[in-house]
Design a protein around this ligand. Sequence first.
Ligand code: GCU
Length: 342
Amino acid sequence: MSRQRLPAKRLIGAGMVILGMIGAAWVGVRESSAANAEPEYVFSYAENQAADYPTTLGAYRFAELVEERTEGRIRIMVWPDGELGVERDIIRQMQFGGVDFARVSLSQLAEYIPEFNALQMPYLYTDSGHMWRVLDGEIGDTFLGKVSAYELVGLSWYDAGARNFYTAHKPITALEDMQGMRIRVQESELMADMVEALGATAVPGEYADVYANIERGIVDGAENNWPSYESMSHYEVAGYFTVDEHTRVPEMQLCSAHTWEKLSGEDRQILLECAKESALYERECWTLREKESRQIVTSKGAKVVELSAEEKKRFFNAVKGVYEKYCGDYMDIIDEIIAMGD
Ligand code: GCU
């Protein structure tokens, strides 16, 4: 039987790509003090943000801690920039054991597990402290446990701040400004319905395409947190940023159940501890980056609009309908969450 051969040029090309990928992944486990031991396991970790982004810094910290505490037996290679794929596909791959670890936005997880919408409803949390009281408490723990029915293991919660609208040609200063706007949303039914309830047209799409789609005029704007707006350079094409904080969409650090099953109880315990520690580190990085990003974009000319309290109330009233649609069955959790606010 003869094997199929790749043409030499393509072979060299493929070799370079593989070498490049190994090199990039190696950067992901840089600074590891236990790097000289032969690992028993080498796992992949998917992250769709840039290498210097707070969630990626959290992932690197997680990998370092795990390598240290398992004395080099478990090595985790972090792949930033969405190199392993988009979040939706990563979740699917994890369910089959194709990717070992990832950090994903809850809105993507909720597409598989609708109950998760209860944690990311518009204008649900009064502030970041409110959200963390919920996630660090019983509700957060219960929800981390809920992914186990989907071949996943919930390790920890990561911060992703509050999401706001930003637009290319005209600022959003009042609810009426949403009319006729085409706004990119995550691939999430809830987020699309929320934007439509505010009077705009929702255009679901991938994160990596947002810049180009605003630039080409396919959408008039998008919505995200300060670090994403800055890190992905969206401010270059959408210079009006309206602080309405319509959602706080937490993020979850996950392990594939297939990977988890390979590990001893002791190793699982180490992974859980390292995940929680990395999450605390990520929160610190988040707080710093949020401020820094705001400074960077304003220094580069982005115009910031602070929505007035009355206007914010009008936005909230406009989206009340989505609570009935998405949380009819979970109103008890919603009430509990609201009661934990100020
Ligand atoms: C945030 C989040 C990403 C997500 C993105 C999006 O930046 O951290 O995981 O992909 O929002 O809007 O798609």
